[in-house]
Write a protein of this length. Structure first.
Length: 151
C-alpha cells in the first residue's frame, strides 16, 4: 500500500467515525425530543463550562452559526425541556450566562457514557507517544475543518 493509499485509508476511517458519531448524536436528539442543533448547543456549553466559562446567548449563537432569533429558539427549547439554566451575569445585570442543567448532564452521561468508556479503554492501550500522535492528528483535522471558510 502506498503512502497516499494509507493516508486515504485514514481519511476514510475518520469519515466513518464521524458518521457513526453523528448517528449517535442524532439518536440522542430523537430520544429526548431535541433538534441536533440543540445537542450541538449543549456540547458548546459543556465545552465552555469545562474551560471555566459560561457563554452568553450571543457567543453561543456565534459558535452555532445562528442569528439572534435562531439562538433564542434553541435556548428557549432547551430551557423549557429543563436542559439549560439562564444565570445572571455577575458583572453585568443586563446579560445572562448559560449553563447546562444537571438533568441534561445525566441524560448525556447515560447515552454517551458507554461510548466514552470504550474510547478511554481503547486509548489506555496506547503508549504516550501514540496518544500524542492521535492528539496531534485530531487537533490538526479540527483546525483544518475550522479554517474551511478561509480556503
Amino acid at each position: 500500500m502506498s503512502e497516499g493509499d494509507s493516508g486515504m485509508e485514514i481519511v476514510h476511517l475518520l469519515r466513518e467515525a464521524i458518521v457513526e458519531l453523528a448517528l449517535t448524536q442524532g439518536e440522542f436528539a430523537r430520544n429526548h425530543g431535541m433538534h441536533t442543533t440543540d445537542v450541538r448547543a449543549l456540547i458548546c456549553l459543556l465545552d465552555a463550562g469545562r474551560a471555566g466559562d459560561l457563554l452568553t446567548p450571543g457567543r453561543l449563537g456565534a459558535q452555532l452559526g445562528l442569528n439572534s432569533a435562531g439562538t433564542t429558539s434553541v435556548i428557549d427549547r432547551l430551557e423549557r425541556a429543563g436542559h439549560l439554566e439562564r444565570l445572571p451575569d455577575a458583572h453585568d445585570r443586563r446579560r445572562v450566562r448559560l449553563k447546562v442543567s444537571e438533568q441534561a448532564v445525566a441524560l448525556g452521561q447515560g447515552h454517551f457514557g458507554p461510548l466514552i468508556a470504550r474510547t478511554l479503554d481503547l486509548l489506555s492501550t496506547f503508549d504516550e507517544s501514540e496518544a500524542a500522535a492521535v492528539r496531534r492528528f485530531l487537533a490538526g483535522v479540527r483546525d483544518a475543518a475550522q479554517s474551511r471558510a478561509s480556503g
